[in-house]
Design a protein around this ligand. Sequence first.
Ligand code: TXA
Ligand code: MG
Length: 329
Amino acid sequence: MMGPQKMPRLLQSNHAGIEEAAARIEAGGVVAFPTETVYGLGASTFAVDGLKLIYEIKGRPSDNPLIAHVLDAVEARTLVSGWDLRCSRLAAKFWPGPLTMILNKAIDVPDEATAGLQTIAVRSPMHPVARALLYAVDGPISAPSANRSGHISPTTTEHVMADFPEQEDLLVLEGGRANFGIESTVLDLTGEKPVIRRPGSITLESLARALGAVEVAQGIGQGVSPGTRLIHYAPKIPTMLVPSNRLESFLATLNEPAAVLTLDSARVSAPHIGIQMQTDASAYAHMLYSKLREAEISGLTHIVIEEPQGQDGLWFAVLDRLRRAAASV
Ligand code: TXA
Ligand code: MG
């Protein structure tokens, strides 16, 4: 006979669930919780044990810093030094929402919250459950995405459970499917010119409208160059990004059946399996990680992604994620 199944424990996002999650975080523990981008694995920014546990559970390299989640600009300012008019403007325009700002950190922020860096990333999430949790703990929550280090970010509680089946003490707060579906835009404001370190749902174009000149960090948007990036994520099976006009000819060269993320599944024939993607950028982003995980566990040996045509706006962030997914091959 099988024993009781060991799994993280799902909490409904009602009053009792939020209270239990908040108590765990206040006791120096870790909780997986929903945000509008992807699920996070959170601990109190000031609980060193909880922060260490995040790294342990994820298998995250100790030099990769965390994002501190805050209710608003007032709370963000308690964690940073050098908050300026640009920051106020960005917060007024994009918070709560998927914009992360990197600034110099305040002296009382523990080293474990920033992987020893003198800078800190802060963002105010808009997901109502994330906000309810932030209200309940009354303090910032540091959290990376709630996936195993190097794996695809989770957009549902099922994804979180699938990545941490052995973590029976882990609490996972239900919040439905993440709306945006890709991680926040990370904007470095420590220098004179704002620099996008990770593209996301807040686009370069809308940041430029708010701030004037905005740069994009070197290496982003310049195609596949494995090894030049510090951090990759990837599906567990080989993943290839193929120009749309070469989709059929590429599939014809594959000896084994592939799961194909395509904008037109009529173009995919046996033995390959088409996974239909949406042509609208935000709909595409919303479903991307779910479809990659679906492809990963399909039993097929490869993932082939038809490269979308769009380049600007949200497509820029989507293409960044697609290139990263395919960069390990
Ligand atoms: O949408 C999101 O940002 C999600 C949700 C949970 O908020 N979080 C997320 O966290 O994607 P994570 O840890 O998977 O990605 C955070 C990124 C990493 O690439 C990290 O290196 C970068 O932000 N980062 C964090 N603090 C930084 C800092 N002080 N300087 C430079 N980069 C930093
Ligand atoms: Mg991550």
